[in-house]
Design a protein around this ligand. Sequence first.
Ligand SMILES: [Cu+2]
Length: 328
Amino acid sequence: MSILVLSGCSDWQSSLHAHGANARAILDLIWSFGAVAAITWLLVMLALTMALFHHRRVQAAPPPLRIDSHQERRFGRAVGSGVASTVLVLAALTITSFFAGKSIASLSGKETLTVRITGHQWWWEIRYPNDDPSRTIVTANEIHLPFGEPVKVELDSTDVIHSFWVPSLAGKRDLIPGRPSELTLVADKPGTYRGQCAEFCGYQHAHMAITVVAENREAFDAWRSRQDAVAVAPAGDEERRGQRAFLSTGCALCHTVRGTAASGTIGPDLTHLASRRALAADTLAMTPGALAAWIADPQSTKPGAKMPRIDLSADDLNAVVTYLGSLE
Ligand SMILES: [Cu+2]
């Protein structure tokens, strides 16, 4: 629990710690709306307190139809100025939010990179499209991007509505099946930012996190060319055994490992699995032990996940873990 509470405040997943132009525009809105709401609340409380203390005792109730015109004018002025100031404040807030929207929209069209994200229960499929489709990079749950450059993120979903939200970098955007949407991500400086599905999408909604790794251009290009390559061939007997087990026990029906016969598309692409930081949408760290635990019984880690438990012999399991662990 305390970890949850703390992670809400840490600066890698927080709207209050903006690390990009779009997140900053939203943070400015949060502060200005918050300040206006606080001042309004204070004024109302002040008026209420004054009313309580200046309350004059009514000696005898006046006859209901006797209108005191002086009193009426005062009431009229009070209500009128209340309405006028409400309208002014609303207009000011509308204008502020209009300009925030404009500054966010101003980045679109200036993007240097496109990332296509598809939401799945309960993981993110990430593609870096290429004019040559065979060179499109497919990965999962981890976006790499060059910092300082606006990146166009195209969003879609194949099952239910999800919502893409990396609070330190940008606002939310829903992923609605059949209704593609877009968002611009920009990170000011290198760093790792965490995002989370922000629209309840089923049982494992809370285990649907995404990581954004912002790095300099050279590091990003190096990452991209590593991802571009097909999977490394098994280097030894153990890896060969692992690959055989992987291809023959059904894993290949759902997973792709480019360069092998495995070309399933139900689950994440595993071509460069070992280059990622986490497993199953940031549910487990990328360690051999966690990988073995996940493959041996995905349902105990993420009940309801769309990956069935497949019985492998202990030796096959170890070999599969070694093989997948070699796919950098
Ligand atoms: Cu979701």
